[in-house]
Ligand binder design. Structure first.
Ligand SMILES: NC(=O)c1ccc[n+]([C@@H]2O[C@H](COP(=O)([O-])OP(=O)(O)OC[C@H]3O[C@@H](n4cnc5c(N)ncnc54)[C@H](OP(=O)(O)O)[C@@H]3O)[C@@H](O)[C@H]2O)c1
Length: 206
């Protein structure tokens, strides 16, 4: 059975987006004032074989491409979708289509965008169907937290960037119970440490 995992760039204090720009009530496009969360995509000399234009350090490229090539479908939360220019009507992944989880209507979904409004279980089931024997990647802190709470996440990857942002949107929101993790890999690389965890027994509490 295919796996469900998330791999997000995160500050040491746990934020996946930075502070709002001065005077803004909502992020326009994703990261607020935290471009540093993604510097490691471009600060090396090893081209990604999955994402055109990414040039990473050698250890980051090896880890990132291994993870990115596992993905057969993405599930994104509505906020991630809105903050990313709706992915231009496509998907954040070069080959894997996107499933969007929301409770609200979506005005113009693209051909590679499947909209699910009936909850996280249905969104992940739809993504599994699309992914076939490949894996499902999750994007967005609220989405990841709902999926963890539902016991649907197999692996959690933190691309941990050595910065304290102080404020922003969190990777992990409140969960009903604890989730035990097992460290699978810890890969230090220039500007980022890749922390790869397995979720014990695929679920919450014990
Ligand atoms: N650093 C990184 O690697 C990275 C990666 C991805 C995203 N981001 C950033 O993270 C931020 C978004 O994360 P977020 O945690 O604020 O939001 P999110 O998880 O992207 O989206 C939350 C929204 O998704 C829908 N949703 C989530 N769980 C649901 C459920 N169980 N049932 C129904 N709908 C559900 C809801 O939409 P409705 O309100 O429409 O119902 C909810 O308001 C963005 O700024 C994005 O740029 C960073």
């Amino acid at each position: 059975m295919s796996k469900v995992f998330t791999g997000l760039a995160v500050s040491v204090d746990g934020y996946i987006s930075g502070k709002l720009p001065e005077g803004a009530e909502e992020f326009g496009s994703g990261l607020g004032d935290a471009p540093t969360l993604f510097d490691w995509y471009f600060d090396g000399d090893t081209p990604s074989e999955v994402f055109d234009g990414f040039k990473l350090s050698e250890p980051s490229a090896r880890f990132f491409d291994t993870i990115a090539s596992r993905i057969g479908a993405i599930v994104a939360g509505r906020t991630t979708y809105e903050h990313s220019g709706r992915f231009g009507g496509g998907s954040p992944h070069p080959t894997a289509p996107m499933v969007l989880l929301t409770r609200r209507p979506v005005p113009e979904a693209g051909d590679r965008q499947t909209v699910i409004t009936t909850g996280v279980e249905d969104a992940i089931a739809a993504a599994r169907e699309i992914a076939g024997n490949k894996d499902v990647g999750l994007m967005g802190g609220g989405l990841v937290s709902s999926a963890l709470a539902a016991g649907l996440v197999d692996e959690v990857i933190l691309h941990q960037v050595p910065i304290l942002l102080g404020k922003g949107r969190r990777f992990f929101n409140e969960l009903p119970e604890h989730v035990e993790l097992r460290l699978l890999q810890a890969i230090p690389a220039p500007g980022v440490t890749h922390l790869h965890y397995g979720v014990e027994r695929g679920g919450v509490g014990r």
